[in-house]
Design a protein around this ligand. Structure first.
Ligand SMILES: C[S@@+](CC[C@H](N)C(=O)[O-])C[C@H]1O[C@@H](n2cnc3c(N)ncnc32)[C@H](O)[C@@H]1O
Length: 308
C-alpha cells in the first residue's frame, strides 16, 4: 500500500468521480480489501488505479492506453526513475532560472518543438536515454502548459499553448517515488483496449473509462491521441463488455451521458440495456463551454448489482 496520485493531469481524469467509483466496487472486494486481478485499458492519468493501489492489496495489475507517450512515461517511472528525476530536476531549474514569463514561454515552446520532432518512434525500440528525455518532456509540458492538459492534434503533435505559470512543480519527487512503488510488477501495455482480453480471467475487476462521446456533434474536444473514438468504437467496446461479462469479470464503465443534451438519446441505454446503468452528477471541465455546465450527469455501468 502506498500514497501515490496521478503524475499527469489528464483530460477526463476521474479524481472528481472517485467517490462514485469507490461506492460501486463489488462488496467482495470492499470486504476483503483484496483484488486478485485488476485491469484498466484506458488508463489515462490513472486516478482510480492509484486510489486502489493505495487502499487495496492488488495481486496482479494490467494497465494500458493507446497513447504512446503516456505508456512510455509510465514505463520510465517504473524502470528508470532515478534517471528521470535527474532529467526533471534539470528542466525544473532551467525553468526556474528564466528571468520572467517571457523567457519561460520561450523555453516552453523550445521543448514543445523538440518533443514534436520525435513523433514517429517505435515504443519497442526506444533507448534508455530517449525514454528518459521524452518522459521528462511529457511531464514538463503537462506541468507548464495551459490548464495542465495533455492534448495532441491529428498529426500527433502536442499543441497546448503555454500556461503562464511562474512556479510550477515540474519535478514532484515524492509523488514520482510513490508512483514508482505503485507500478512495481504492473504490466504496462500500449494499444487498443481489446488487447487486455487475454489478461481478463474470471473474477478480474475491470474499469473501463473510454474517451467521452462528445455531448454535441459540434463539440470539438480534440482527442487524446491521434485516433478518434467514434460511435463504432463505443459499439465495439459494448461488445467487449458483454464478452468480459460472460467470462465472469466484474466490470465498471463510465461515460458521458448523452441525455445531458438530448433527453431522447438512448445510445448507451440501448447498448448496455442488459446491465446496471446509474447516473451520477459531475462537473465537466473539458466541455466547460457547453451549456448546462455544473449540472451534467455521467453514466456508470456495472454488470453486477450494487452492494452485492
Ligand atoms: C477518459 S480518458 C481516461 C482517463 C482516466 N480514467 C483518468 O482518470 O485519467 C480515456 C483514455 O483512453 C485512451 N484511448 C483512446 N482510444 C483508445 C483505444 N482505442 N484503446 C485504448 N485506449 C484508448 C486515451 O488515450 C485516454 O487516455
Amino acid at each position: 500500500m502506498n500514497n501515490s496520485k496521478p503524475f499527469l493531469k489528464w483530460a477526463g481524469g476521474k479524481r472528481q468521480l472517485l467517490p462514485d467509483l469507490i461506492s460501486r466496487l463489488p462488496k467482495s472486494i470492499t470486504d476483503s480489501k483484496k483484488i486478485e486481478n485488476y485491469i484498466e485499458p484506458f488508463i489515462g492519468g490513472g486516478s482510480f488505479f492509484f486510489y486502489l493501489k493505495n487502499n487495496y492489496e492488488i495481486k496482479n495489475a494490467y494497465i494500458s492506453d493507446i497513447n504512446k507517450d503516456l505508456v512510455l512515461s509510465y514505463r520510465t517511472i517504473q524502470n528508470k526513475l532515478n534517471d528521470l528525476l535527474v532529467e526533471l530536476k534539470k528542466l525544473q531549474s532551467k525553468y526556474d532560472l528564466q528571468a520572467d514569463l517571457e523567457n519561460k514561454q520561450f523555453l516552453f515552446y523550445e521543448i514543445r518543438k523538440e518533443f514534436n520532432k520525435n513523433l514517429a518512434y517505435n515504443l519497442s525500440e526506444v533507448t534508455n536515454t530517449f525514454s528518459v528525455e521524452r518522459s521528462a518532456q511529457v511531464i514538463f509540458l503537462n506541468r507548464t502548459c495551459f490548464n495542465g492538459l495533455y492534448r495532441q492534434n491529428k498529426k500527433g503533435e502536442f499543441n497546448v499553448p503555454f500556461g503562464k505559470y511562474l512556479n510550477p512543480t515540474i519535478c514532484d519527487e515524492d509523488n514520482l517515488r510513490e508512483v514508482n512503488l505503485a507500478l512495481q510488477n504492473v504490466v504496462i501495455e500500449h494499444g487498443d483496449f481489446e488487447l487486455s482480453e487475454t489478461y481478463a480471467v474470471k473474477d478480474s475487476l475491470i474499469y473501463l473509462d473510454p474517451p467521452y462521446r462528445p455531448i454535441k456533434v459540434t463539440s470539438s474536444f480534440t482527442s487524446y491521441a491521434k485516433e478518434d473514438f467514434g460511435d463504432e468504437d463505443q459499439k465495439r467496446l459494448a461488445e467487449y463488455y458483454s464478452r468480459l461479462s460472460k467470462k465472469g469479470c466484474s466490470l465498471i464503465l463510465s461515460n458521458s451521458d448523452p441525455k445531458n443534451n438530448n433527453k431522447s438519446d438512448n445510445f448507451f441505454d440501448d447498448l448496455y440495456s442488459k446491465f446496471n446503468i446509474t447516473r451520477v452528477s459531475a462537473k465537466r471541465a473539458i466541455n466547460s463551454k457547453v451549456e448546462g455546465r455544473g449540472s451534467i450527469f455521467e453514466l456508470m455501468i456495472t454488470n453486477y448489482r450494487l452492494n452485492e
